[in-house]
Design a protein around this ligand. Structure first.
Ligand code: ADP
Ligand code: MG
Length: 240
């Protein structure tokens, strides 16, 4: 589904990604862990060219994302992204937030879009919020709406960057549950998270990033029970 070859990213003189290589198969849930500043967010942002890679190639199926001729807006429709902060439009209702892109970009009718939105809200456990405004929702509810909004474009891949880090602790579980359901339903996902229980339980593969490279990767059992590198061991000691 995704192939990354020798990905480099520098900001000025500072090289943040130093040659990343990874292949992600359809239906895989790849959980990216690693110390703060190791380049996890930059990696995710490069996948949709929210950051322009300095060097290397990225493919989504057989389309080269990094090819200047590729329509990046089409790529962004196929890779849904959920950030730490929800970025819902405050002046739009939940339904309007969810259906804005499908109506404007996919040119589907308002009625059809509302049906999709209703169905997604059902899955998020929030059917009664369809006409609510974001400021009437809790953080966990807002984040579930943000996930529904990304899903409304029917993406091939979902990218999550610390989707639960800004939430009050009592709301983390409901968002993780939605992500877990999505994984079970077969969605291809790349998840940056500090939730190690989620990583163990839901991850098909764990990728440990350190200083701009993938230092090691493997099954949750391998990475959590038998990490090869001292840096991985030290990181896990700190977070587990
Ligand atoms: P992580 O998500 O693993 O915490 P980031 O990808 O956010 O790491 O950041 C990696 C490094 O890149 C950090 O040192 C950060 O300061 C730097 N960085 C990220 N974005 C920018 C930017 N837009 N300009 C300059 N430096 C940046
Ligand atoms: Mg980050």
């Amino acid at each position: 589904m995704i192939k990354v070859e020798n990905l480099h990213k520098s900001f000025g003189k500072k090289e943040v990604l130093k040659g990343m290589n990874i292949e992600i198969k359809k239906g895989e849930v790849v959980v990216v862990i690693g110390p703060s500043g190791s380049g996890k967010s930059t990696f995710l942002r490069c996948l949709t060219r929210l950051e322009e890679p300095t060097k290397g190639k990225i493919f989504l199926e057989d389309v080269e994302v990094t090819d200047k001729k590729t329509d990046i807006n089409l790529i962004r429709q196929e890779m849904g992204m959920v950030f730490q902060h929800f970025n819902l439009f405050p002046h739009l209702t939940v339904n309007e937030n969810i259906t804005l892109a499908p109506i404007q970009i996919k040119k589907i009718s308002k009625d059809e879009a509302r049906k999709i939105s209703k169905d997604l809200l059902e899955k998020m456990g929030l059917p009664e919020k369809i006409d609510a405004y974001p400021n009437s929702l809790s953080g966990g509810q807002k984040q579930r709406i943000a996930i529904a909004r990304a899903l409304a474009m029917n993406p091939k891949v979902m990218l999550f960057d610390e989707a639960t880090s800004a939430l009050d602790p009592e709301m983390v579980g409901e968002v993780l549950q939605v992500m877990k359901d999505l994984a079970k339903a077969g969605m291809t996902m790349v998840v940056v998270t500090h939730e190690m229980n989620f990583a163990k339980e839901v991850g098909s593969r764990i990728v440990f990033m350190d200083d701009g490279v993938i230092l090691e990767e493997g099954s949750p059992e391998k990475i959590f029970n038998n990490p090869e590198h001292k840096r991985t061991q030290d990181f896990l000691k700190r977070v587990l």
